[in-house]
Design a protein. Sequence first.
Length: 109
Amino acid sequence: MSYPDEYRPRATVVRASLLEVKTIAGVEDRLAILNATFALAIVMGLGLWPYLMIALLLHLLAARLTRRDPYLRRIYVRFAQQGDRYDPWPRVAPKRARRPPGFGRTLLC
């Protein structure tokens, strides 16, 4: 299709790295930082050096799970935020168990 010179649609390249989950050594960044923080706190604070092996095994397990499904943590967090039971009555400002947007918990019918 031919466009006049004053109107040409903008084409922007989207890099694949912007769409992928951010990882550190194969593990989602938040889990890797959390695991490393706990490992350093336990090893440096309590002097329990064998915990480094446990932290390494936890990191390898998290890397394997991330390889199978990169969005596993996000899906679980979203699931955990949903309510445990169905409440048919709408609440204006629920204090706990807020459902994700689009699930209709706060819609007043």
